[in-house]
Write a protein that binds this ligand. Structure first.
Ligand SMILES: [Zn+2]
Length: 496
């Protein structure tokens, strides 16, 4: 396996339904307890250290995490809180789970128990899923290249105690591992995750999962007249950019026609001749987050035996400055024949996606979803808490938003009306790459991309404003979020 893939070590989950014994509690280093908003006497009784907890809960503000330690030999740690009143959203549940797990892991436990006394069945399932996702996210060791590896998290075991019966959490574990893969890849340093290394690791995954692979290097892209993609990579130091096409073929295909996932994989974005300033460039190894989301989603769909062919297209290149780099006012031709007048070399994402979408579209998928850290305008509009979505059919909007609510990866749709094209009129070519003014750039970028998507395909474009957040997001600690993987799984599960 490629050394750049995360270690295949995950906390093992076991479930022990029924009454919780003292021995159960003493079998773990830490217990997380989630109680209803207004726990009954019976709920308190079912919580470990209940007298101690109740006293602490009375002192603590509503919604605060209460800490304690059980008086068993092990000194099992305890983190507990009550749920807020009403029906908390999925995002709130995930945020609560993240807060509890962070508190519990501060104790460096090797084993963790989850206990949900008094939660109604539907709340128990949701809370257990949220806690499991949070435990996977917080216990995961992100890439680190220190000579001396220190402070590694050791959580190896999670026990779900005291529920009336076992819950089905297989899908949650698959999603959690995939989200971590996306976070890991996004965080890798740009000199480690260069184009050859990315190919190597994706090929290793392809062998493991039985995906067919095809590499469209620069010479093949030249044959395909993919001039938009080639313009971006012509400033690179070596000729190793390209589009990686991975195909998952289900063992038992259902009736649904093929799906395509497309990801922007700019391994490092200097901005090109329109060079980025110091601080704006620091996060630019994360400009491949879209490709990481597409790849990780393919892994999750494969592990779930998704009954539909999935084609995954990763647009892999850097965007560098050099004497050969493309420049403003260049006119380039994409593989579908559309000519583009370059305006700003930092708007490279839409150029590589143009050709990648056009090539993906040739296979006539019924649905194309693309993921890209595409515009600052989307971050200004939504901040890093939401990602923006666009669709070529307005009637998709409701299902996009609802998949966001169900997954806790919240998205908001933006308009895609034709008259926005007025801002992309060029005198020299069919279309401007972007407007000379910045306003509405996320919308103009989506309008631009639409030209490369076949009308026969449903198309969803996700502008990943939530790809990375310093303060963390919901159950995920700070840094790369892997946002988009779980949204997609929810969206597809609902049959779009
Ligand atoms: Zn850029």
């Amino acid at each position: 396996m490629s050394q750049l893939l995360p270690p295949a070590k995950f906390p093992r989950l076991s479930q022990s339904p029924g009454r919780v014994s003292k021995a159960d509690l003493a079998s773990v280093d830490h217990v997380i307890v989630v109680l209803p908003h207004k726990p009954t006497a019976g709920d308190w009784k079912a919580a470990p250290g209940s007298a101690q907890l109740r006293a602490a809960a009375r002192r603590a503000e509503a919604g605060a995490v209460v800490h304690g330690r059980l008086d068993n030999k092990r000194g099992t740690g305890l983190s507990a809180r009550r749920l807020p009143a009403g029906e908390p959203s999925r995002f709130e549940l995930l945020s609560i789970a993240g807060e509890l797990v962070a508190a519990a892991l501060a104790d460096q436990p090797r084993s963790l128990a989850l206990l949900l006394p008094g939660l109604k069945e539907e709340h128990a399932q949701g809370m257990a899923e949220a806690l499991l996702l949070a435990a996977h996210a917080h216990a995961f060791n992100m890439p680190e290249f220190k000579a001396k590896q220190a402070g590694h998290k050791k959580l190896g075991r999670i026990r779900l105690l005291g529920l009336p019966h076992r819950l089905d959490l297989k899908g949650t574990e698959i999603a959690a591992r995939a989200q971590n893969l996306a976070r890991w890849l996004t965080a890798l340093p740009p000199n480690r995750l260069d184009a050859p290394a990315y190919r190597t690791l994706a090929t290793a995954l392809a062998r493991q999962y039985g995906w067919k692979t095809r590499w469209l290097g620069e010479s093949q892209l030249r044959k395909a007249d993919a001039g938009a993609f080639l313009a971006v990579c012509q400033g690179n130091a070596s000729r190793d950019a390209g589009i990686l096409h991975l195909r998952y073929q289900p063992a038992k295909p259902g009736k649904l026609p093929p799906l395509a996932l497309v990801g922007k994989g700019i391994l490092f974005d200097t901005g090109g001749n329109n060079l980025k300033p110091h601080k704006s460039m620091l996060g630019m190894h994360e400009d491949m987050a879209g490709s990481a989301v597409a790849l990780a989603t393919l892994q999750a769909l494969t592990e779930s035996d998704y009954p539909r062919q999935v084609d995954c297209w990763l647009a892999i290149t850097e965007n560098r400055i050099s004497a050969a780099a493309y420049k403003p006012r260049d006119v380039v031709t994409a593989s579908n024949g559309v000519t583009i007048e370059v305006i700003h070399t930092d708007a490279e994402g839409r150029l590589v996606l143009a050709d990648t979408l056009a090539l993906a579209g040739r296979e006539q998928p019924s649905l194309i979803i693309d993921y890209a850290t595409l515009t600052g305008a989307c971050v200004y509009s939504l901040t890093e808490r939401y990602s923006g979505v666009f669709a070529n059919r307005d009637d998709l909007h409701e299902s996009l938003v609802s998949a966001g609510r169900r997954s806790g990866e919240r998205v908001w749709p933006f308009p895609l009306d034709k008259d926005y094209d007025d801002a992309l009129k060029s005198t020299a070519a069919d279309v401007l790459q972007c407007s000379t003014e910045g306003s509405g750039d996320h919308i103009l970028a989506a309008r631009f991309l639409k030209r490369f998507v076949p009308d026969s395909s449903d198309w969803v474009h996700m502008d990943l404003s939530a790809a990375s957040r310093k303060q963390g997001l919901a159950q995920v600690p700070g840094g790369a979020t892997g946002f988009g993987v779980r949204w997609t799984l929810e969206f597809l599960q609902a049959g779009e």
